[in-house]
Design a protein around this ligand. Sequence first.
Ligand code: IMP
Length: 185
Amino acid sequence: MDQRHVEGDLVLDETLFTEEEILARLKELAAEIERDYAGRDILLVGVLRGAVMVMADLARSLDRHVEMDWMAVSSYGSGTKSSGVVRILKDLDTDVSGRDVLIVEDIIDTGLTLSWLITNLRSRGPASVEIATLLRKPDAVQTEIDVKYVGFDIPNAFVVGYGLDFSEKYRNLRCIGTLAPHVYS
Ligand code: IMP
């Protein structure tokens, strides 16, 4: 049984990244982050719920002290596309003024949610706000958002696993891939 199965059912059509490939890439990003933030404290801000796995593995790849906090936001949208109108469901517990904030994301699609989040966090007077995302889709590349750390640029397909869901399922898959048609048809 490979990483594409849940309860014996083959739920993924195609594997984009295995757990090993994801962890190897996160190690590379962690090395860049260690170099860029030498001598500065980092506050990692994870965006619930999708970024849980990325946060856990990225943070453990960093050979240095970090603080972690979480935000939960909901984006009002039609269908699967977000609108950029965002509501905070859970705010940070940490005061970010004067802090070096590194937002940790699972995926950037349109970038609208993230764009709102950056504006919101910048208004709180941090020393810096940067972004680390495991995945980035083509539409996001066209936005004005400067994403400092990108794991993989992927095609415009709906993917699940490693924190990413379809109707709250498949977040616990170890790999990332596209859903098999029998799952949603
Ligand atoms: P954006 O505002 O369009 O960038 O929305 C980003 C959010 O949409 C992500 O944090 C995910 O929760 C969700 N999302 C976008 N693409 C996918 C996907 O392929 N699979 C699962 N969730 C996705």
